[in-house]
Design a protein around this ligand. Structure first.
Ligand code: SF4
Length: 474
C-alpha cells in the first residue's frame, strides 16, 4: 500500500487512516503513483484533497475545505478526504469514522468545556468525523459518567505502582512483564528498589491529596505472601492510603486465600481477577496456563476474604472465539455478579507473540467482532451496569474500543484519571510513566522510569533523580 503526501507532512495521521481500511499491511511513502494501490493526500492552503489510484488509474477524488488553518482542523479535513476516497475501493463499516485517538470520551468533555452542547457535539462528530450514532451515544454516556469524577479529582493526585512479573507471558501481551520463573531471584531486589522509590515519593504524597492508589502490572499477586506483605507494609508507611486502593490479582493461578486476606488487611478496596475468557481451550491457546475453574475458585476465595469490589477483565476477539464462547463467558460472569467488568477487544501489538504468529490463528472479522460486542453489551446492561470509562488502541480487532462497565457507585477513579488526563499520576516501578497535569493550563509533563527490571534495580538512584522534577511540577 503506497501513499504520497503533497503540501503537508502528516505521515502518522495519514497512515492511521489507511490502516482503518488495510490493517496489517505495509505502508510505503513514495513520490510517484505505483502499481497496486496508491493514496495521494494533498493540501493547498486550507483545501484538503485525496486521490485514490489503482494500478495507475484514478478511481476516486474527494476534497474538503478545512474550516480554519488550525492544525487539528487541517488534520481532520485530510483524514476525512482520505477515508472517503479509500472507502470507494473498500467499503468497510467505519463505526468510529476517522477518530483514531485513544480517548474518544475526552473529546466530548473538551467540546463541553469549549461551550458546545450535546446536540452540537453529535452533529460535529457525526458529520465531520463520520462517527456512527451508536458510538456517539457511547462516547456521550461515558463522558457523562467521567464528568463528575473528573471535577471531584481536580487538584488531587493518584499513584501507580508496577509489579512487572507474571507466571507466563500471554500470547497477546505487549506490557512490561517478566516471566517469574526466570526472574524469581530478582523479585526481592525489585521490591527493595520500589520501597526506595516510595520513600522518595512520600513527601509528594504527604503534600497532596491522594485520591486513588493502583498496584498493577504484570501480576502483583505473583509475589509470594511474604513479598506482598512487605510491599504493602511499605505502601502504608510511605504513602497515604486513599479510599480507592486497587490491586490487580489478574492471573487466577496466583491467588491464594492468604494473599487475599493480606490485601484486605492492608485496606485494598478493589481487586481485579481476570479470566479474559471462560473457555478452557482458548485459555490454553493464549498461554494463560490456568483453567476457568481456577478463576471461579479465586473469585469465591476473594468473596470469602471479604472483598466487596471485584473487577473482571475479558477480551473479545480471542483466536477461535465466536458467539457461543463469548456467551459462555458472559453467563459465567453473570452468575458471579462482579461489581465491574472491563470488556476489551483484542489488539494485535507489535511486541506480542501473537503478532509473529497471527496467520496461524482463526481471528474474528469486523462483523463477528460487532456481534461479540453486542453480546457482551447485552449482558452488562442486563446486570445493571453502565459504561463509565473507555479507551481505544491501535491495531484493535475491527478497530473497536475497550469499555469499563460497572454497577452504579463502583466506578474506578484511577481508570477515569488515566483517560481524562486532568490529574497528576505518579508512577513507580519499572516502565512507570509519571504524568503531571497543570490544572490551570492542562499542560502535561512526563517523567519516565526505565523499562527493564535489571536497569530499574541498578539505576534506582537515577530514577529518583529524575523524579526531583516533581518539585516544580506538583
Ligand atoms: S497477565 Fe497481563 S501483563 Fe501478564 S503476561 Fe498476561 S497480558 Fe501480560
Amino acid at each position: 500500500m503506497y501513499y504520497i503526501l503533497k503540501g503537508h507532512n502528516f505521515i502518522d495521521e495519514t497512515v492511521s487512516v489507511i490502516m482503518l481500511f488495510y490493517p496489517n499491511d505495509k505502508y510505503i511513502k513514495t513520490d510517484e503513483i505505483q502499481d497496486g494501490i496508491t493514496l495521494l493526500s494533498g493540501l493547498e492552503n486550507t483545501e484538503a484533497y485525496a486521490e485514490l489510484y489503482i494500478d495507475g488509474e484514478l478511481k476516486a477524488r474527494r476534497s474538503e475545505a478545512a474550516e480554519s488553518s488550525d492544525r487539528r482542523e487541517i488534520k481532520r479535513a485530510l483524514g476525512l478526504c482520505a477515508a472517503l476516497a479509500l472507502k470507494t475501493a473498500r467499503n468497510i463499516p467505519l463505526d468510529w469514522g476517522i477518530l483514531t485517538g485513544v480517548r474518544p470520551a475526552k473529546l466530548v468533555s473538551e467540546a463541553w468545556n469549549e461551550g458546545y452542547d450535546t446536540d452540537e457535539i453529535r452533529d460535529i462528530f457525526g458529520r465531520k468525523y463520520l462517527v456512527s450514532p451508536k458510538k456517539l451515544e457511547l462516547m456521550i454516556r461515558v463522558a457523562e459518567q467521567e464528568r463528575n469524577i473528573v471535577e471531584n479529582g481536580i487538584g488531587k493526585i493518584s499513584i501507580y505502582i508496577g509489579i512487572p512479573f507474571c507466571p507466563t507471558r500471554c500470547l497477546y501481551c505487549s506490557f512490561t512483564s517478566y516471566p517469574l520463573e526466570r526472574y524469581k531471584s530478582r523479585v526481592d531486589e525489585y521490591i527493595d528498589a520500589l520501597i526506595k522509590e516510595m520513600g522518595f515519593v512520600s513527601a509528594y504524597a504527604a503534600g497532596n491529596e491522594v485520591e486513588s492508589l493502583y498496584i498493577g502490572g504484570g501480576t502483583p499477586t505473583s509475589l509470594t505472601e511474604e513479598q506482598l506483605e512487605r510491599l504493602l507494609c511499605a505502601v502504608e508507611k510511605y504513602l497515604k492510603i486513599p479510599a480507592e486502593f486497587t490491586v490487580e490479582a489478574g492471573r487466577p493461578d496466583t491467588v491464594t486465600l492468604e494473599k487475599l486476606r493480606i490485601l484486605k488487611e492492608h485496606n485494598v478496596s478493589r481487586i481485579s481477577i481476570n479470566p479474559q475468557t471462560l473457555n478452557d481451550g482458548t485459555l490454553r491457546l493464549i498461554g494463560r496456563e490456568h483453567t476457568s475453574a481456577q478463576f471461579f475458585e479465586a473469585f469465591e476465595l476473594a468473596r470469602k476474604a471479604g472483598h466487596e469490589h471485584i473487577n473482571t477483565d475479558i477480551i473479545l476477539g480471542l483466536p477461535g472465539e465466536k458467539e457461543r464462547e463469548v456467551t459462555n463467558t458472559m453467563k459465567g460472569l453473570e452468575e458471579l455478579s462482579p461489581e465491574s467488568i472491563t470488556v476489551h477487544t483484542l489488539a494485535v501489538k507489535r511486541a506480542s507473540r501473537l503478532k509473529e504468529t497471527l496467520e496461524s490463528y482463526d481471528m474474528a472479522d469486523y462483523a463477528l467482532m460487532e456481534r461479540l460486542l453486542n453480546i457482551a453489551g447485552e449482558y452488562t446492561e442486563k446486570m445493571g451496569m453502565i459504561p463509565y470509562y473507555m479507551y481505544r488502541q491501535k491495531n484493535m480487532a475491527g478497530n473497536f474500543e475497550n469499555v469499563g462497565w460497572c454497577r452504579e457507585g463502583c466506578q474506578c477513579i484511577y481508570n477515569v484519571a488515566i483517560m481524562e488526563e486532568k490529574q497528576s499520576i505518579i508512577a513507580l516501578g519499572a516502565g512507570g510513566s509519571t504524568k503531571t497535569v497543570d490544572p490551570r493550563t492542562n499542560r502535561i509533563e512526563r517523567i519516565f522510569n526505565v523499562k527493564s527490571v535489571d536497569d530499574y534495580i541498578t539505576r534506582i538512584d537515577e530514577m529518583l533523580e529524575r523524579k526531583k522534577a516533581l518539585e516544580s511540577l506538583l
